[in-house]
Design a protein around this ligand. Sequence first.
Ligand code: NAD
Ligand code: UDP
Length: 310
Amino acid sequence: MRVLVTGGAGFIGSHLIESLVAMDHEVDVLDNFHTGRRENVELSGKVSHLYVQDVSEALLRSPQYDRIYHLACPASPVHYQSDPVHTFKTAVFGTHRMLELARSTGARLLIASTSEVYGDPLEHPQTEKYWGNVNPVGPRSCYDEGKRGAETLASDYARTLGVDLRIVRIFNTYGPRMLFDDGRVVSNFIHQALLGKPLTVYGEGLQTRSFCYVSDLVRGILLLMESNVSAIPVNLGNPNEFTIRELAMMILSKTASSSSIVNHPMPTDDPGRRCPDISRAKDLLSWSPKIELSEGLDLTIEEFRKRLVP
Ligand code: NAD
Ligand code: UDP
């Protein structure tokens, strides 16, 4: 198949294109390298064409794609808050651009949404039926509301214009190739531990997250795209929940690091608990994660070590 992956130079996108190339698809990538790297594309095998451009802008060429995986958007709070106006435009206008491309070419489109659409959830674990608890005017809103807007726009294109749509709500995913300065918790802690620097736990570290290894996520995304689960959101994530302090202790132990832990102020609107209910993915895609946090951290730490000391 002829496939376009936006955000293919990023963390998840690069693992996705590696799988698609290995499946012998003809893969084009679109990325502006905001948080992605050219090396990620090179690592992932032979792609047919690389558009270096903003996803909100028109494509210079527009082949007949069979599948469009739309992942382009900064995902780490540090990066998406650094230029919130651009983040919101990327989430909404970038999705609009891909919806138009899908509509005009008949491609099936998968959009990468997020557990952030649930905000600081009042229901636990989060099912797809939960509408969320989101601050519309806070520092995280550019991302949360941008992704909610993208889901709305995409659902309307599916309902009224017949776009063949898949929506994945991704929960915290980690693994090899995350940037050292990505800013998200797993990459921060591993990088800090390997350098012997203090691990920066925000607040008391009692907030929870449920961490999914990237190969599990990519398998779920590929299954969803080829399923008939059209235009309804599907949570993908690992339902095993950990406090941030527990994560810090695991990483200190696995890296045999003598780093200390320092507490930094809790960021505004940081969700207190997050855990996916993955019944829908289990029932409709026969998907569940296979790699538990301990094993996934070992694989990630190994790759971080190799990059730090080549
Ligand atoms: P990432 O930051 O590593 O990758 C995002 C990619 O998109 C980068 O290559 C970046 O350069 C590119 N990009 C950003 N803005 C762009 C723009 N305007 N035009 C073109 N390219 C642009 O993040 P990731 O973790 O790989 O996330 C990929 C997708 O998955 C994002 O849409 C994100 O919202 C979603 N997601 C990720 C997670 C996670 O835990 N990793 C969780 C929920 C949702
Ligand atoms: N966090 C932390 N130290 C860090 C980075 C993040 O304690 O160096 C916390 C953050 O406050 C949040 C959790 O770890 O509660 C996950 O943060 P991340 O940025 O990875 O993703 P989020 O789920 O918040 O988008």
